[in-house]
Design a protein around this ligand. Structure first.
Ligand code: FFO
Ligand code: GTP
Ligand code: MG
Length: 428
């Protein structure tokens, strides 16, 4: 097994930088730079030197011994000053130690997976945690990293193994008097697992929204103040505004943290009939993006009709609150009036919806759970038609068990790994 190393912290100037080394030669390499023996597990402060004895930096050396480390291998960490030249010097000295090579992106985590330190769902949770920008994303990623989905899959798997064993016992006793009727217990086991799987499958869509972000589109007639509102919510001049009706043509996207939820706010072209071909293209795009968004904010008067459908859960805010004789339900990007109400309202609606998010967060999870569910349903039907086809029911349950094993990466995932780890940072 190669010994790998990489900078684990972000590149560039920083207070401290962490260089991670993992593999059989990790302690030897760290001891080589750190000038002498290291504890099997612990931390020491050392001057780090290159092979000619020239000082590179002073740093802390952490050692972990296999299997009690993040990767499950021997690990050493060099915690050095976060200097661009200092880090480059240490990395190049490590590169000259025989048996060491630079790690590929995600390679430390891949080793943790291979050594059984993390299951595949936890690896996905770790990737999500590193990508998390908002509180909701952090919580969701943490639940996955902490192993919640794997534990759930394990309880389903145990129940299905028991159900399959009960059915197989009936098959084995086919010619004899069957001691007890197992169908009530099998039925109960399958129904419980199926119910859980249905709930988790239904929650994937919302969990995906949390992971990827919600789209909220601002729509309305030209000149009502959509772009001004977007800028006010974003806290910067993301879009051009002017008193010329038809200023915005492209869709302007601003990513923000709204009440802990990841939201991409879309500013769109004002909706009206127009002779102007370019404005018309902008309006067509506005309608398309608004229809596809998770939520629409109609900057429009009560009862005002627009060429985009107002759906249940959408928000209506009346424009230019400062110019309204009755400012009820009105907002103003110019004066800031009503902005707290609007952001609270968006946050409330999206939080309500995200409450249905489950532990499963990806299409891959949904596909595996749906495969398991389909097999369980077939087995469940066979159960009602008598023992003649119990061997098929048992086969279906084994398929369901395999689908759950692929969920956590016990089987069938070799071809997925390259894709999953390609999105990892170097040093993770
Ligand atoms: N400096 C440093 N900080 C870090 C990490 C790291 O690798 N290095 N982590 C990396 O992502 C995270 C912490 N995750 C870790 C997970 C497991 C082990 C570990 O050594 N596990 C052993 C021993 C457990 C124990 O002593 O209780 C084990 O699981 O057997 C270390 C870090 C975040 N902070
Ligand atoms: N009094 C007042 N004027 C506003 C308010 N919001 C925007 N305006 C002004 O109204 C004009 C149009 O604002 P925009 O934000 O460009 O309007 P828009 O809805 O994006 O317009 P289009 O991009 O053309 O569809 C500008 O002159 C703004 O300064 C407001 O709340 N009160
Ligand atoms: Mg505009």
């Amino acid at each position: 097994m190669d010994t790998i190393f990489a900078l684990a912290t972000a590149r560039g100037k920083a207070g401290v930088a962490v260089i991670r080394i993992s593999g059989p030669q990790a302690h030897m390499a760290a001891a080589r730079l750190g000038g002498g023996d290291l504890p099997a597990r612990g931390m020491v402060l050392r001057v780090l030197r290159d092979e000619r004895g020239a000082a590179l930096d002073e740093g802390l050396i952490l050692t972990f011994s296999a299997p009690a480390s993040f990767t499950g291998e021997d690990v050493a960490e060099l915690q050095v000053h976060g200097s661009i030249a200092g880090v480059a010097g240490v990395l190049s000295a490590l590169g000259r130690v025989e048996g060491l090579r630079q790690a590929e992106p995600g390679e430390f985590t891949r080793r943790a997976l291979e050594n059984g330190k993390l299951d595949l769902a936890q690896v996905e949770g770790l990737a999500d945690l590193i990508d998390a920008e908002t509180e909701a994303q952090r919580k969701q990623a943490h639940a996955l990293l902490e192993g919640a989905l794997g534990r759930l899959a394990e309880t389903w798997r145990r129940d299905l193994i028991r159900a399959a064993a009960l059915i197989e016992a009936v098959i084995d006793f086919a010619d004899e008097e069957v001691p007890t009727d197992v169908t009530p217990e099998v039925r109960a086991l399958l129904d419980t697992v199926a119910r859980d799987l249905e709930a988790q499958t239904a929650g994937v869509k919302m969990a995906e929204r949390i992971r990827e972000g919600f789209e909220v589109a601002i729509v309305g007639a030209p000149n009502v103040g959509k772009s001004t509102l977007l800028n006010a919510l974003a806290g910067r001049e993301a879009a051009i505004t002017s008193d010329y009706a038809g200023t915005t043509r492209d869709v302007i996207e601003v990513r923000m943290d709204l009440a802990g939820l990841p939201v991409t706010l879309l500013d769109t072209a004002g909706l009206r009939d127009t002779e102007d071909a370019v404005e018309g293209m902008g309006i067509a795009l506005a309608r398309k993006r608004a229809e596809a968004a998770d939520l629409r904010v109609f900057l429009a008067e009560a009862g005002e009709e627009l060429e985009v459908e107002f759906r249940p859960g959408d928000i209506r805010a009346r424009p230019k609150a400062d110019q309204q004789s009755d400012p009820t339900g009105a907002v103003s990007g110019l004066t800031g009036k009503g902005l707290d109400w609007l952001t609270d309202e968006i946050g409330r609606i999206l939080s309500d919806r995200s409450a249905s998010a489950g532990l499963a967060t990806r299409d891959r999870h949904r596909a595996a759970m749906e495969r398991a569910l389909a097999s369980i349903r077939v087995a469940r039907n066979i159960l009602e038609s008598g023992p003649d086809m119990y061997d098929i029911a048992a086969d279906e349950l084994r398929n369901a068990i395999r689908a759950l094993e692929s969920l956590v990466g016990r089987i069938d995932v070799e071809n997925l790994l390259d894709e999953i780890f390609a999105s990892f940072c170097l040093g993770k």
